[in-house]
Design a protein. Structure first.
Length: 86
């Protein structure tokens, strides 16, 4: 589906700059904003703000089977180091 929007030049410039910062095309960036209900994603500047955003988005806590995340990370790293390479 194609939609044509007449954006004010200032808004188009702002959105194009944000898309460029994220390394995506303006079209892809607008699709991302629209699919997220008008939010491009976290604009957090601190770790606490980012974690709060992830909690709200339902990302934090999705792996209830992992009790100790640091040990899990160490196990994954060790497994990767032992894997056979082609």
């Amino acid at each position: 589906m194609s939609i044509t929007l007449d954006l004010p030049p200032e808004l188009e410039t702002k959105l194009a700059a944000e898309a460029s910062q994220r390394g995506v095309s303006l079209s892809d960036y607008l699709v991302r904003i629209l699919s997220n209900g008008g939010e491009a994603g976290p604009s957090s500047h601190t770790g606490a703000e980012l974690v709060a955003y992830w909690r709200q988005a339902g990302v934090v806590g999705v792996r209830a089977d992992i009790d100790d995340s640091q040990q899990h990370a160490r196990d994954l790293r060790a497994k990767a180091e032992r894997r056979e390479r082609p």
